[in-house]
Design a binder for this molecule. Sequence first.
Ligand SMILES: *[C@@H]1O[C@H](CO)[C@@H](O)[C@H](O)[C@H]1NC(C)=O
Ligand SMILES: *[C@@H]1O[C@H](CO)[C@@H](O)[C@H](O)[C@H]1NC(C)=O
Length: 355
Amino acid sequence: MKYFILFINIYLTCIYSERTPQIVRITENQTVDIGGTTELSCSVLYSDGYAVVWQKLEKETNELNTLSSDTTPIMRDSRMSLRYDTASTTYTLQIKDIQNSDAGIYKCTILISTNNYISKEVTLQVNSPPIIYDNSSSTMIVSENNPVSLECYAGGIPKPLISWKRENNAILPSGGTVYRGNILKINNVQKEDRGTYYCTAHNNVGKSVKRSIAVEIEFPPIVRASKSTLQQALNFDVDLGCRIEAFPDPVINWLKDGYLITNNKHYRIEQLSIVGEYKDSTLLISSIKPNQYGIYVCRAVNKLGQAEAQIQLYESESPVCPPACGSGHYGSGMLLTPNSEFIFIVLIITCFMYS
Ligand SMILES: *[C@@H]1O[C@H](CO)[C@@H](O)[C@H](O)[C@H]1NC(C)=O
Ligand SMILES: *[C@@H]1O[C@H](CO)[C@@H](O)[C@H](O)[C@H]1NC(C)=O
């Protein structure tokens, strides 16, 4: 009886095994970088008389594309090859120089009859380095006290992480030096927030990529006089200066007693741009006449507003240096007399006394 059961067991196992082909092993899911190589293996048993095929499930069409049948390659791609190992009845599909389009599901199938088959599958994921999409922000121009959103989108597999930084690792308006996420939002921009922002996309495949976004903040002018009061002796030269900060570029005017000052033989206006959104404006008065003492206004206007600073010019008994040092440098000519050397020395002494 014992032997009979054992015999039946062996007999059934034998019949069952012989009649039932099976896939014993298939390669685990693969993740390969672009340009890499992979091997997908499928080991079968009892497949004699049946076709063993490797197929790829095409993502777009959802169709099965047959790559090989038994030991015959069917694909027309020189990057793919098929190897068969008789001892282990293993069909190995090798893919070299992997491209994005190789990603997908690969199926190993034993075809038993038209509608009967056994199959197992392996997923091939192809990693690709990050790229930043063009729908990310480029230069932004926004008015002060408004919100602004800087956007950065990137592709790549695995999905890249986006991080934000400012030039020179400056503190972000949101606080900290690094912000992670697609959108960097500033709720209430201030002129201090202007400058270059960088978004970086990285996914540990290849190099990370960076995009720079210039942020311009429009703000009304801020005007400061270099000195609010100045003194100079009659017939000497004097400079009135003011520094303006504004964006966009302001129109800068000098006024006296409500009248706009223009370049003429008594006045000359010089403008100098400085780094950032700073400008220096200087009103040069040559050889002051009595009616030129009084209050001057330096005024700057842009589309967001206007601002001004006042400078009061008094008469002094003796010349003030600078600018009344050396030869009369705004073309008054009064110091270039035959006695100019003597006057020059006197002026130098005066300068030291007053400075
Ligand atoms: C392989 O990948 C597929 C699709 O992503 C997934 O459904 C399956 O569970 C994975 N298999 C293993 C063994 O991780
Ligand atoms: C940006 O472009 C990419 C690729 O063209 C697209 O997938 C994504 O949805 C776009 N994002 C936005 C917010 O427009």
